[in-house]
Design a protein around this ligand. Structure first.
Ligand SMILES: [Zn+2]
Length: 286
């Protein structure tokens, strides 16, 4: 009994040290003045570290979601391409069909001409005079030309249909290849979605746990900055004397203040929370 009470007291002490600003007025990033210099530094440092760690986790979640977001677009592109190929295949098929109809029409026409020629030739055996004979000769000549023309057209249409069949074969191959690609892409997408969802769940849990370690007001400020920042970063390092978020110059005095960890300092241009290398290096992996 006594032992557990003792443990509880220790926890409370620790909490007090890390988070002494509960209930104090002022900006969410203020630290009360009652604390000693050393403990202020320690408190601000631990707050910034906790916040930067949270951001590293949240950033990974963002990245997973963006990876997942691009994949359906690739699938969509393939689906569009396949739909386009299918339309072309359909068009070729109906054109070939039309040519086949034309060919059989010409075949019938040629047949009819040949039959007429036979009929006229038979009639020529029974003519009564030269005029009738000549007239039938003219008809035979005409039908011979008609039959030749029909044969010629038949050959042209057949060549055209054959060329289209060749193209259709290529098109069918391309279509089959794309469909195979699509199947693979969809399978890959499903795998990645399953994988990233698993990773995301782990990270979301980590994020929740990390959030529980940060005071409410600081968390609200973090979320607000993050929501407004285009790159989703609320806590940024100072890089080459400039804000790592908006790249505006940071005055030397401000830079020094950031390094001293006496209070949480935000960029006067973009409002992002600024951290130095020491904070960044303390958060290696999440
Ligand atoms: Zn800035």
């Amino acid at each position: 009994m006594a032992k557990s009470r003792k443990t509880k007291k220790t926890d409370k002490d620790t909490e007090k040290m890390i988070n002494p600003s509960t209930g104090t007025a002022g900006s969410p990033v203020d630290v009360p003045e009652t604390t000693t210099e050393e403990s202020i530094e320690k408190t601000v440092k631990s707050k910034l570290t906790a916040l930067y760690r949270l951001q590293s986790i949240d950033f990974q979640i963002d990245r997973l979601r963006s990876v997942r977001g691009e994949l359906p677009l690739e699938v969509q592109d393939l689906e569009d391409e396949i739909a386009g190929l299918e339309t072309r295949v359909e068009k070729f098929n109906s054109e070939i069909q039309e040519l086949e109809t034309e060919i059989s029409n010409k075949k019938i026409a040629a047949q009819e001409s040949l039959e007429l020629i036979k009929k006229y030739e038979a009639q020529q055996m029974n003519v009564r005079n030269n005029r009738e004979y000549d007239s039938l000769s003219k008809e035979i000549e005409y039908q011979t030309l008609e039959a030749q023309l029909a044969e010629k057209k038949m050959k042209e249409f057949a060549a055209e249909a054959e060329a289209k069949r060749e193209l259709l074969k290529d098109l069918d191959e391309e279509l089959a290849e794309r469909q195979k690609n699509l199947e693979e892409k969809v399978a890959e997408l499903n795998d990645i979605v399953a994988e990233t969802e698993k990773d995301e769940a782990v990270l979301l849990k980590k994020s929740e746990e990390q959030r529980a370690r940060i005071e409410e007001r600081l968390l609200t400020a973090y979320q607000r900055i993050r929501d407004n920042a285009r790159n989703g970063l609320a806590v940024v390092p100072v890089e080459r004397d400039a804000c790592g978020g908006c790249f505006n110059k940071i005055p030397p005095q401000r830079h020094l203040d950031i390094r001293l960890h006496k209070k949480i300092i935000v960029c006067e241009y973009c409002g992002r929370i600024l951290v130095d290398d020491e904070i960044m290096n303390s958060v290696q992996d999440v």
